[in-house]
Ligand binder design. Structure first.
Ligand code: ADP
Ligand code: MG
Length: 272
């Protein structure tokens, strides 16, 4: 597998809080290279820097020092404005407490990330509607979040995370507030999203969930303690072009992957 399958590269990443006596490090000289299509689970005791790491990868926070390359581009050199755009387009977030806006119907919650992508409101709601359909919530589009169960709310949050077709999904303890049945459903959804070729980085306290991962990283005091790949790079899922159900006309893009270059000859079609 070639080098350009690297999607995220962190070098000597350090996040410091406070100075002098109060100085502490949430991340310390943290090095990590992530390939496209990995499903990474991050574990480790409370306070070891997991959320800080996800926030920096998700462009919600900045490191004190060190380098971060996203798709080969140094994040430090990107303006705040473009970072916000990049975040909206490339990165989907899922949180432990769902983070839905309580007084917005779920369809509008799901449509929110599209505000930054230049779609009209109608087209945003259409996309949100197909994302919700994928999670079998189409009949609840105009419910408010509190009218749904925790498991359903987390599925709404996953729909919101994938609505803009991002290639990276960051999930901070997404099953932390769910019972085991809902956790299982959420994990199966994440598994499906991963199999479509997306890169997932998920924080969890539940060792049973690591069966879904292709790589398990244990953190301790802002550093990597252990890092185990359970699936070889060569066997990671490849991106496919259709993620959310699309219009018929869009299916033409599906066939492009395996097609040989078109030949010049005029009529090529075999008669049946
Ligand atoms: P985890 O998600 O693994 O529980 P965090 O990334 O939230 O850990 O926190 C890592 C360390 O950084 C902790 O010691 C925490 O207290 C500290 N920390 C996080 N945010 C701040 C902040 N805004 N100010 C000071 N210290 C912080
Ligand atoms: Mg945390």
């Amino acid at each position: 597998m070639s080098e350009n399958n690297t999607i995220i590269e962190l070098k000597g990443l350090t996040k410091r809080y406070g100075y002098g006596d109060t100085e502490s490090f949430a991340l310390k000289d943290f090095d990590l290279t992530i390939k496209r299509g990995e499903f990474i689970m991050i574990m480790g005791p409370s306070g070891c820097g997991k959320t800080t790491l996800l926030d920096i990868i998700g462009l919600l926070d900045r490191a004190t020092r060190g380098e971060y390359y996203l798709n080969g581009e140094s994040v430090a050199s990107i303006s705040a404005r473009r970072q916000a755009k990049l975040r909206a387009k490339k990165i989907g977030f899922i949180f432990q407490n769902f983070n839905l806006i309580e007084d917005l119907p779920i369809i509008e919650n799901v449509a929110l990330p599209l505000v930054y992508t230049g779609h009209t409101k109608t087209s945003r709601l259409k996309k949100a509607s197909s994302a919700l359909k994928r999670f079998h919530l189409e009949e609840r589009e105009y419910y408010l979040p509190y009218q749904l169960s925790g498991g359903q709310q987390q599925r709404v949050a996953i729909a919101r995370a994938i609505v803009s077709d991002p290639e990276i999904i960051l999930a901070d303890e997404p099953t932390g507030n769910l019972d085991s049945r809902s956790s299982h459903i959420v994990m199966e959804e994440l598994k499906a999203i991963h199999e479509e070729g997306n890169t997932i980085i998920m924080v969890t306290h539940n060792p049973a969930l690591t069966v879904y991962a292709t790589r398990v990283i244990n953190m301790l005091d802002g550093q990597i303690d252990t890092d185990v790949k359970t699936v070889a790079d060569a066997n990671l899922p490849q991106p496919i072009s259709v993620k959310i159900k699309k219009k018929k006309s869009d299916f033409s893009s599906l066939s492009n992957n395996n097609e040989k270059p078109k030949k010049r000859k005029k009529s090529h079609r075999r008669k049946k």
